[in-house]
Design a protein around this ligand. Sequence first.
Ligand SMILES: NC(=O)c1ccc[n+]([C@@H]2O[C@H](COP(=O)([O-])OP(=O)(O)OC[C@H]3O[C@@H](n4cnc5c(N)ncnc54)[C@H](OP(=O)(O)O)[C@@H]3O)[C@@H](O)[C@H]2O)c1
Length: 265
Amino acid sequence: MTEITGRTAIWGILADPIHQVKTPQALNALMNARGVDGILIPFHVGASDLDTLVAGLKAMRNLKGFVVTVPHKTAIVDLCDDVSEQARAIGAVNTVRREVDGRLVGEMLDGAGFVAGLRQGGIKPGGRSVFLAGAGGAANAIAFALAEAGVSRLTIANRTRSKAEDLKQRLAEHYPSVPVEIGTTDPSGYEIVVNATSLGLKEGDSLPLDVTRLTPDQIVAEIIMQPETTALLAEAKERGCRIHHGKPMLACQLELMAEFMRMHP
Ligand SMILES: NC(=O)c1ccc[n+]([C@@H]2O[C@H](COP(=O)([O-])OP(=O)(O)OC[C@H]3O[C@@H](n4cnc5c(N)ncnc54)[C@H](OP(=O)(O)O)[C@@H]3O)[C@@H](O)[C@H]2O)c1
């Protein structure tokens, strides 16, 4: 770690609980590698104190920005002075930049990280049909990023149908040219199949979609990072599909976060 001096810039991550976060290690390593005189520190804050902390952070002149994670991604939207149109439509922010005048600018980079990860893996989502399992926080961000990337059509399948309907509605308002449907567990006929549910995280989880319907011409992408090869990816590989792991989403997102929060030397 670089020596902390009076010139060292500060970034943070807001979460509750906080002990499990990996962003400090990742972004401090990135800053070290780039020669940034800065440090990212964990800020443990509960939901009832979030507004108090954020008011303080606005006043902190050497604070450059912060990452926001569970459970604050929704509540932080209204505490920012400026939020991107997409983040507002998603209803969540996970990265905040503090401008020199103290204004807090929020962005949601989960979906952009996923799409950047696909592209890094040589998979271009533009013009392709996508089946998306899930309508939670990550799925919302990914759906918006896929629409932004210009997919030819998007089908959302979620256990709680009303959440998929709600997401479809918001997508239609922002991307009227992208056809969006509500799907079943059947992913057949789509070029890219994405699991954006939390199924696969725990051993014994059921599969997020009907893998017997997968065909070798499909790409199956995961957002679960641990285990690296989920049961879904193993089944997809077995059926001859090209698979895309969950880790690139985070790796790409860290780059986007560093860029957005101006972690420059
Ligand atoms: N790779 C990355 O960088 C990255 C980034 C963010 C998140 N993630 C991963 O994404 C996962 C989801 O995160 P999130 O923030 O979107 O969580 P979330 O908002 O709680 O959403 C969870 C989603 O999974 C579905 N689900 C959960 N249990 C289910 C079950 N038993 N059967 C059917 N569907 C089920 C939920 O369906 P309902 O709506 O019906 O409850 C919902 O669609 C996390 O587990 C995390 O590992 C990865």
